[in-house]
Design a protein around this ligand. Structure first.
Ligand code: TRP
Length: 359
């Protein structure tokens, strides 16, 4: 029997440069044989997704799906309870999330969209998994520490403290080999890898060790220059109208220098606006900034507004059309949940076999 060693995570494994190099190699393999890979990603249903989500992850999921990768998309409806006491308007938020997914091009005929709460066997994996990590390890997780600091809970719940292990179950139940993540989620992936390793060495080989696929997308700031976030009111929703978009961009923070340049370190707010336009236009941000030059922030904002509204017009139109057919959205979830349950039931059976707990 293995003992749980309470060691600090290997720096090299957590190191961002190493993860980047590995991700480049994985990308090469994906292009060679996309059908070999299963990817698991997900979001908490806390409201509509925004442009940061789109350029950060959604776009990438659609790209992977279109390459032929098996993409599983989790609506993490239990995880919502990590940073709030009650899951307000949950059903509405779940449907909004599914609408956003479908609008950007996640195709339920090729990808699987499912919810935590409808897949009991996934959640049952949490119990043996929790036995494989120490309380000290959980307490050291930097992402959890940060989230606890920003939590809207009156007290830190056990679910908040243990959610990286729940997330390990999300990833391992379907034996996903790849998890597209931003840098801040690397510690969570490390938990999933640790759980897989420890389970395998204690009970026998069941789980592959998932790997991070670091997204190359540059970081978009919110319109106030802070981290873009639904709850901070500084994010442009994917589903925003053209007018709402214009209003938010008009109110965005800039700086005193009239000459527009792209310099994310020295001029984060202006550069984030330039970047947003460049991403929508599929162009180089330095070029976009150069063309605006001395015409100032107002001209920059006009360019950004047009770029966003043009790029998202078809997505927004599709979303509005899909929103008229709620029965279809619910059917997409029912189908996704059915498939996720079939996978989870198989994995749980293997786990119970390995643990000699099949009676
Ligand atoms: N933590 C993710 C978020 O906050 C959602 C999520 C839940 C997830 N389980 C996951 C992401 C597993 C990747 C893998 O949006």
């Amino acid at each position: 029997m293995t003992t749980i060693i309470d060691a600090a995570p290997d720096d090299d494994e957590l190191g961002v440069p190493a993860a980047r190099r590995r991700s480049a190699e994985l990308e090469r393999q994906i292009h060679e044989r996309p059908g070999r890979f299963r990817v698991l990603t997900g979001d908490r249903p806390t409201g509509r997704l925004h442009l940061g989500h789109y350029f950060g992850t959604l776009h990438n999921r659609v790209r992977l799906q279109n390459l032929g990768v098996d993409v599983m998309v989790l609506v993490a409806d239990y995880q919502v309870l990590t940073d709030r006491d009650v899951a307000d308007r949950l059903a509405e938020h779940v449907e909004d999330l599914v609408l956003d997914y479908l609008a950007v091009g996640i195709d339920p005929d090729r990808a699987t969209i499912f919810t935590h709460s409808a897949v009991p066997a996934l959640n049952q994996l949490l119990l043996p998994f929790l036995s494989l990590v120490s309380v000290a390890e959980l307490g050291r997780n930097p992402t959890v520490k940060d989230e606890i600091a920003h939590s809207r809970q009156s007290a830190v719940s056990g679910l908040m403290f243990t959610y990286p292990v729940h997330q390990a179950a999300d990833i391992l139940f379907c034996k996903a080999g790849l998890v597209p993540v931003g840098q801040d989620q690397l510690p969570h992936l490390e938990v999933a890898r640790t759980v897989a390793r420890r389970f395998n060495s204690r009970y026998g080989p069941v789980f592959p060790e998932p790997e991070a696929l670091l997204s190359a997308a540059p970081l978009l700031l919110g319109t106030d220059g802070g981290k873009m976030s639904k709850s901070r009111g500084n994010a442009i929703a994917l589903a925003a109208t053209a007018d709402e978009t214009a209003r938010m961009i008009r109110g965005a923070k800039t700086d005193a220098d009239r000459h527009i340049t792209y310099d994310p370190v020295a001029r984060p707010e202006v550069s984030s606006l330039v970047l947003l336009a460049a991403l929508c236009l599929g162009r180089d941000p330095h070029e976009v900034a150069g063309e605006i030059g001395g015409r100032g922030a107002a001209a920059l904002k006009a360019v950004v507004t047009d770029a966003v509204n043009d790029h998202f017009a078809p997505i927004r139109a599709r979303r509005a059309e899909l929103a008229r057919d709620r029965a279809h959205i619910r059917q997409v979830l029912r189908d996704g949940n059915e498939w996720a349950n079939a996978i989870a039931d198989d994995t749980l059976k293997e786990v119970r076999e390995a643990m000699k707990a099949l009676y």
